[in-house]
Design a protein around this ligand. Sequence first.
Ligand SMILES: [Fe+2]
Length: 256
Amino acid sequence: MRAKTLLAFGDVHIPHQNAQAVEVFCLAAERIKPDLIVCLGDILDCGQFSSHPPTYGVPETDYHDDLKVANALLDRLQACCHRLVMVEGNHEYRLDRWAAQTCEGRGAYSMLAPRLQLSKGRSKFTYVPYGSATARYPHYAINSRIIAVHGWSYARHATKHHLQISQGKSVIHGHTHRADSSIIQNIWSPGSVIQARSGGCLCKPVPLYGTGRPVEWVNGFILGYLGRRSDTLYTIPIMDNRCILPDGAEITGVAA
Ligand SMILES: [Fe+2]
């Protein structure tokens, strides 16, 4: 009996993506042909709708061009997996908050909203909105043991924190742009473990909001084998234009 395969990635922050890292991830996906790919949110930066002023020197892009890049990425991933899931991030949700402020914004909402514009025409696709009155704790249940969320914390020990509050489930998350994992014995189910894991980001690993302070951001993604009764999750770091998969295959990409 073969385990199902999962790939999870997040925090691409188009147009601030690291094109090399995105290419390596796509090549890995095309090699693995996973059953499921989960985007952990913030595929788009949506900086055009931010309440913060743009960072000096960072070129501004057209939101529709960013949408096209995001949809092309989702198209490419859908072509090599069985099901694609997008768990919305706080950056996509920026647009909802922006639109809600004015009636003009509310009128333009359907033309702009990532939750609509990234879902159009897709089948075998699930979009989990970041905020809604009915889904207070939005998440995607990968199976009975693991949930995917954008991220509940940006704190230094965010991953451990996710494990503390996930109420007995394993949880994979994005949002922090860092790679981290925490695995503990599941005391309620002897012989099993629960874990929280973040796989890093696919954006440029240097913040563009210009604080000048070093960060621990890592380009990478999560690879999972989902069994009937247990799972194994790996974090795959991307270094420059390459990564190495658990089977020893080295993936090298040249960004278009
Ligand atoms: Fe985020």
